[in-house]
Design a protein. Sequence first.
Length: 223
Amino acid sequence: MLIGNGTLLLGDCLDVMRGLPSESVDLTATDPPFGMAYQSNRRVVKEQHAKIHGDDSLDWLDPFVVEAYRVAKPNTAGYFFCSHHAIDVFKQALERCFKIKNLLVWEKTNHGTGDLKGDFAPKLEFCWFVHKGRALIRGKRDPNIMRFARTQNELHPTQKPVELMEYLINKFSDEGQLVLDPFMGSGTTAIAAERSGRRWIGIERDEGYYNAALARIWTECAA
């Protein structure tokens, strides 16, 4: 569906991406399943968030990286969030195609819960930053540790702050360029792209999250 500056598509990202032209995307920014069978304990209207499709294994990762590389324009960047549980697997898959530039760290200014009696309080998430060719930063060169408050995951179990995604988009793309998020979730990347004046394509296979993203993006565009 066309909405605002972009298009939100319901379907499997591999199927959809194979229909996109080669070298058509200026920036990929996405938060894919981590391959750890994550289940949120947060209850929304007395129900847990649904389990994330594709999160029971990482069999999809290698073909996904191949497609992400194919659709990326030369001399562009990409952001791929991942969990510490599979950080090495993501690195190995990404570096088969892309050039790994850095491992970004999102430091949450308010930590999560987890094992309250047997573990340290989690405050970090990781994001592989890659190039296809050589991409150039916009503005000043910042540290690879980014401090943003975590969300309350109202709409999705791994929901990212809009401000974080907006920051990342602005660092390695320009107004009017095309941002791709193959795992759109609740629509955060689309909203960040809208606020940044970018065009965007979002793909989501779960109809519930797709509808939540659609409503959220419509609200943002009408604001």
